[in-house]
Design a protein around this ligand. Sequence first.
Ligand SMILES: Nc1ncnc2c1ncn2[C@@H]1O[C@H](COP(=O)(O)OP(=O)(O)O)[C@@H](O)[C@H]1O
Ligand SMILES: [Mg+2]
Length: 255
Amino acid sequence: MQEATSLAKMVNIEKYFGAVQALKKVNIEVRSGEILGLLGDNGAGKSTLIKILAGVFPPDRGEIFFEGGRVKFSSPKDARAMGIETVHQALSLVDIMSISRNFFLGREPTRRIGPIHLLDRKKMNEECEKAVTGLGVRVRSPNEFVSILSGGERQAISIGRAMHFKVKLLILDEPLAALSVRETREVLRQVEKARESGVSVIFITHNVYHVYPVAERFVMLDRGIKIGEVYKKDASPEDIIEIIATGKMSKTLKT
Ligand SMILES: Nc1ncnc2c1ncn2[C@@H]1O[C@H](COP(=O)(O)OP(=O)(O)O)[C@@H](O)[C@H]1O
Ligand SMILES: [Mg+2]
């Protein structure tokens, strides 16, 4: 087997919100083609960490490497241009826009009439319908508003969008919150499909049972500190819950 290569690496990341230190010298790495589970209770710093990786805001200290090179993102657009797509906890879909507008948000195909660039709505609708149907989401029309979709359908469209634009790293922040059992299964299937197509995934959740079946490695955060890192083969879900509850790795799990 080939040695796993590093896709994204965050080194000694620190972040303050006023007097609150949300991240304390956090080191985290995601390798090519892996699903990494990022776990921790509410307020642990999970969303803050991945927002830094997604270019939402810069770290106060620390470095980010992507595909071996140092990167500095000044906006989510920069991160996206490198192939990092994030489905944020509050889904990055705009309720009052159509499904197809949401699908292309910021990346709309245009057609030219003389000097004028117009949205190519026909192309948008066709491509969106094809991609969304391929994900098993049945929508009547790409022109419908996103507000009529269920939580599972919204996740599917967000993940589908990421895969359509051939991302290298897909970051999902609490993707199963508020989903039904059937929708949960569907989203997990899509995550595995993304990985099979070569995408690396960071899957954030506070519920280890959600991510345990699909991830091969787990990183645990507690109040801004990385408290552990384990391979699935070395730890049961209960071991991981224990690490989060006590804030430290037990001796037997230390490598
Ligand atoms: N934009 C912000 N402004 C001020 N404090 C924030 C902001 N975002 C997060 N925090 C604080 O940083 C800490 C980590 O939050 P967060 O990264 O959202 O945790 P998690 O995603 O693990 O629940 C919390 O104490 C939270 O209140
Ligand atoms: Mg969060």
